[in-house]
Design a protein around this ligand. Sequence first.
Ligand code: NAD
Ligand code: UPG
Length: 463
Amino acid sequence: MEITKICCIGAGYVGGPTMAVIAQKCPHIQVTVVDLNEERILAWNDKNTNNIPIYEPGLDTIVAEARGRNLFFSTEVDKAIDEAQIIFISVNTPTKTYGKGKGMAADLKYIELCARQIARVAKSDKIVVEKSTLPVRTAEAIKSILDSTGNGVQFQILSNPEFLAEGTAVQDLLNPDRILIGGDTTEEGQKAIQALVDVYSNWVSSEKILMTNVWSSELSKLTANAFLAQRISSINAMSELCEKTGADVNEVAKAIGMDSRIGAKFLKASVGFGGSCFQKDILNLVYIAKSYGLNEVADYWEQVIIMNDHQKRRFSNNIVQTLYNTVADKKITFLGWAFKKDTNDTRESAAIYVANDLINEHANIAVYDPKVSRKKILSDLDYLETRTSEENGKSIFTFGDPYLSCEKAHAIAVLTEWDEFVHYDWQKIYDGMQKPAFVFDGRNILNKTELEDIGFVYQAIGS
Ligand SMILES: NC(=O)c1ccc[n+]([C@@H]2O[C@H](COP(=O)([O-])OP(=O)(O)OC[C@H]3O[C@@H](n4cnc5c(N)ncnc54)[C@H](O)[C@@H]3O)[C@@H](O)[C@H]2O)c1
Ligand SMILES: O=c1ccn([C@@H]2O[C@H](COP(=O)(O)OP(=O)(O)O[C@H]3O[C@H](CO)[C@@H](O)[C@H](O)[C@H]3O)[C@@H](O)[C@H]2O)c(=O)[nH]1
């Protein structure tokens, strides 16, 4: 089957960049990204590609090249579904905040709505691709909804999880480690797999395209995130032991990372991992394991989250303790609010939880982040429902200039590893601060010797 029209439901951090790259690499395919969120679609269509809703290095250039040619952003969901041969579902699958599985299971209501909408609208055969991260066996539920229409339309469901990391999304999409496609072993299933393989083959070599059954594909995504997050919690656990013993976690990470069986990546100790995926996907994995009665499996993975929560809490406790057991009315400057560098995404960022703890201790928090707005910071805190929006507003001070944000501060906490923080004039910052001037480096990016020579009291993670 020659694919000429693709539609993607969900113009978020996955749908937007993924479809932009498909459109760039497949000029013969019309790619339409649809979303219910009008504001988001308007921003994707903004004449100035600096204003697209997602900040990812290189994304604006790709959008500028393909948009209007074969890449379209629209709120006309029905029309796009009707026209497309392949429909990607890239909607959000957050942790449930209500009912059975609250706080653990993935909320599949948006997925189900998509399936029902496709079932209602489709008049010709479609390949439906799960791009969102989903619990293993979700394809079964989607299939059941799609096959109940009685209108004779044939649907093939594929699982094609996305492995991009934010901040490097464009590079990850252009040069993926692998493309995973799960589908049925039937002849129709194999044809559908081949149609999707043909799309990716426009820029990904065949040895990187892996085909499995649907359940393996769905579960591989949760497994990959669990393994990645586990490495961070493992090194963070060691960081605490390093602090007690005089070992240095950076040295330990380097030493173990040189073992080719362990590998050097994802061993950076930090204030704790954030982002919309790791916690959500591990909690989902834990829930699935429990639902099959696999309590040891569930407990094993839950420990990754417990360790991460401990790491965030340890960081805020240490700030309070070091500042003579009180931060009340003190100015603590946060450099960074995003969950990692090179993204404007703040979901589950460690900064939110550290700020929340310090506001409980009556600190004033000054924030500078090159890509995150005051509105976003306040909504992140409001979401925790620890106190009123008004109270949050009175505790948070945001700055567009990093030097101003540090003026008269009692302490600086580095929450995101933005490159620019390393290159600041730290002498100038020191001169403007209260003394002793403390720096708590939650990302281990600053030069300890240089800072101590200036006069800072410098504390990193794990040394
Ligand atoms: N963010 C990442 O880096 C990443 C990477 C890999 C996989 N994932 C997975 O991809 C999925 C999407 O994540 P995201 O970060 O892009 O989420 P997101 O919240 O940024 O985007 C989802 C979009 O879907 C839209 N939407 C929801 N229901 C809809 C409907 N019925 N019709 C039309 N639009 C609808 C929302 O308005 C939103 O704009 C999740 O399952 C996530 O786990 C995310
Ligand atoms: O050694 C490390 C590596 C990462 N982090 C932190 O871990 C979090 C997640 O980082 P990263 O994995 O790079 O970004 P995400 O965009 O969350 O990407 C993860 O989650 C995505 C969504 O499922 C997957 O597609 C990706 O493969 C997976 O890496 C961030 O807070 C990082 O600062 C560390 O603390 N130490």
